[in-house]
Design a protein around this ligand. Sequence first.
Ligand code: BES
Ligand code: ZN
Length: 953
Amino acid sequence: MGGGFYISKFVGVVGIVFGAGAVATVIALAVVYSQEVAKNEAVSPTNGGSTVKPPVTTPGGSTVVPQVTTPVIPTTAPSNEAWDKYRLPDTLKPEHYNLTLWPRLTVNAQGLYIFTGKSYVVFQCVKETDLILIHSNKLNYTKWGDDHLAKLSALGSTPVPTIKKSWLQPTTQFLVLELNGKLAVGESYQLDTVFVGELADDLGGFYRSVYLEEGEEKVVATTQMQPTDARKAFPCFDEPAMKAIFHITLLHPPTTNALVIMQKCCIMILNKTSSYCPTSFDETKKMSTYLLAFIVSDYDYINSTSDNVLIRIYARKKAIADGQGEYALNKTGPILKFFEKYYNATYPLPKSDQIALPDFNAGAMENWGLITYRETALLYDPNMSSNSNKERIATIIAHELAHMWFGNLVTLRWWNDLWLNEGFASYVEYLGANEAEPDWNIKDLIVLGDVHRVFAVDALASSHPLSSKEEDIQKPEQISELFDAISYSKVRSSIFSTYLNTFAYDNTVYTDLWDHLQMAVNSTGTSLPTGQTVHSIMNRWVLQMGFPVVTINTATGMINQQHFLLDPATAGSVPPSDFSYVWIVPIRWMKTGLLQKQTWLEDKTVTGESWILANLNVSGYYRVNYDNANWERLLNSIPVINRAQLVDDAFNLARAKYINTTLALRTTKYLRREREYMPWESALDNLDFFYLMFDRSEVYGDMQAYLKYQVEPLFKHFENITRNWTDVPNGHTDQYNQVNAIRVACSTGMEECQTLTKGWYSQWMKDSAKNPIHPNLRTTVYCSAIAAGGAAEWEFGWTQFKAATIAIEADKLRFALACTKQPWLLNKYLEYTLDATKIRKQDATSTIVYIASNVVGQSLAWDFMRDRWSYIFTQYGGGSFSFSNLINGVTKRFSTEFELKQLKQFQADNSEVGFGSGTLAVSQSIERTTANIKWVAENKKSVQEWFYAEVPK
Ligand code: BES
Ligand code: ZN
């Protein structure tokens, strides 16, 4: 397709490699940018392209719902016609759309919220055809005089063929028009439609979000198009490569404001009695449908300008009045400036709006010029928000702003390349956030946030390569499934971290990025392994799933690599790879405290009496194993650098049976002396698996005793430095570790800790207007107090949850309410998750997962999910992105044959309903459970003995 510039894997990967060094990405993107601008100019109305028509008038003409059609579906048996395929044919290319939408913010006579729309699209015929396929989902059309669902006209001189047959094809989500003659190549045509859709509370397409303000229920009409829901708002060629220009008009009550990705161009004032007014917006740049957004609300906003870009933060009136938008407003300008410099390209639009929505499925969405957020991801209040909330806001803003160039200006051609889009944004979000909060050392947190997260799933035989084949990604649910940890985190952890320090480059003239990179490597004398090129090295990380474990044997001097699988028994079910699961691994290593020169695995042999530590700063996407003697030497002197990684490697190598579990446990012994956050967090993340496996067994008591003993000095440390919990530690990560200290001390039964948290909470219960708990500690303190308490503590928490004026406070309580040990309260809470008046739909799945994380709630949540699967699945949207979280979350403790049987039964029972974006999660859960069963059988006894022996009696 001609329109726009797209990321090919080729450009993208190199862009990413360069991106790490910033300067050269800039070259890549600048080139991309200039091409994009040229393309846009070529089709703009002032430059000889076809003109965009003036806004259309009210669809339907009144508040009466237009006549609704019944879909006409041919009764023929399933065939292999074009409309049975999910992808658009390559015959037509959209040029511009003119769209008017009118959301009704009150219910109609049938008790429904609806929107009506009128739209036309001008498209060019690029290959002769007598068929028009345009995406359309859950829309009903008003018939035209000729009894068809759309009107077709020609813009050129060629006569337009008449429509033979028109119908909707719900499975593939098309509006189909069969014509009596052919469309002519090179000619432009216009397709007009008038339609109506439901403004449902389903978080997709054009949908409604509802909130209470001063006792009054307010409705926001808003959108979430990515990946495939633009077609639920209006008929469109809904694929990312089908870029076009959009001219949008919104009809809305005069008391509300309308927002679109562009600025308003004209507001037509109707007479005062009118119940709506139309607002039109400047035409957009050439762009993909998934990046559109339109919103009608009665929100307030705050604004500023930064280098001629208008920055606005929109939110509920009360939130704006309380100053909750200030932090985001203050940080947006600097982050935008940072990216302009980083990409060497000015921000492509005149304005940047960001809006917080009470109901929103993802965390945030990078609509071009109108970024949407869930409230917790944008709104901040220093008296209510923790440092972790603040970090999330800074990083998520940086992530979405990064997409304004990489993703929006330069767009993936098809969803199989999603990993480039999300992976790149997930990397540069750290750079942007670091700019916003330079004191946080935020880049260090990549190891915990991503490397560990993605290692966990990428070590399963049911993992997948970063890049999928285009033809394997067809259906909407297959697209949704791609938004997983591999896409988000592997790029960052593998490509960047592996090659950041490996390839040298300079920023000479851009010719061909691969060649350029290769030339730079040649000119600086960076040696690549024999026979390898930049291209061949990169392919191994992108085209095959998984990652290697590098084994260093200091006794024999041998180093080798192997595909790391959490369960070695699954090796047989791993799909074949063109690269035989061999990687080209750069080694950064250290010998008895001395940094060694970077080399490639192939070139290396090591021997020695002293300790050797490889993969310094976790710069490579691989795990490292050593011979026992070296492990012993490392354990005795645990070097400061890499402590967190050493712990994580040891635990995972033990899971995969490379080393003994007790050796892994031994890496936690020194924690009594450790005060730093990273190693603690790494150890706690790993011990979490032991809790999941053993908190229903006799191992639990000894494990608790060990951890209580280990955390004591940390708890005392924070008690001291905060002067008996009255101060806040200075450092960002120290504040995190203070939370760890309290969480672990309280949950392992340290009395002093429990007295502290119960005391704070009951003080709050006595005077609910005065919360004495510091925002950093609230989640943990609430959880601990509700776990120790009964109905009174729970009900108080619930009341505060409903009364919270900022979403992040509500979220802390929503988490803590799942901590109660009372089954009846947990069951009541589970019921609430399917009542949208109690728990918002956006929060339902995470709440169920919280309950399942509680050892008492585990089986209750599993029963609940099994029982209601078909309801949850249909009510909560087949494409929603949390089904995989739900399934993985509810089954993560599974470790018995009986549970495995139930899981398989669940899979079989629901084969008809399906699992949508959770399909892969079901097979991952089965694989994980199988591995857990074996692991428990093999380790239970030795683990219990070890814990028992390590606690002084
Ligand atoms: N494009 C995504 C949002 C999205 C995800 C839409 C899946 C539709 C389906 C956005 O850029 C994003 O990645 N958001 C993340 C936050 C980010 C900081 C990782 C999210 O929503 O969690
Ligand atoms: Zn993203």
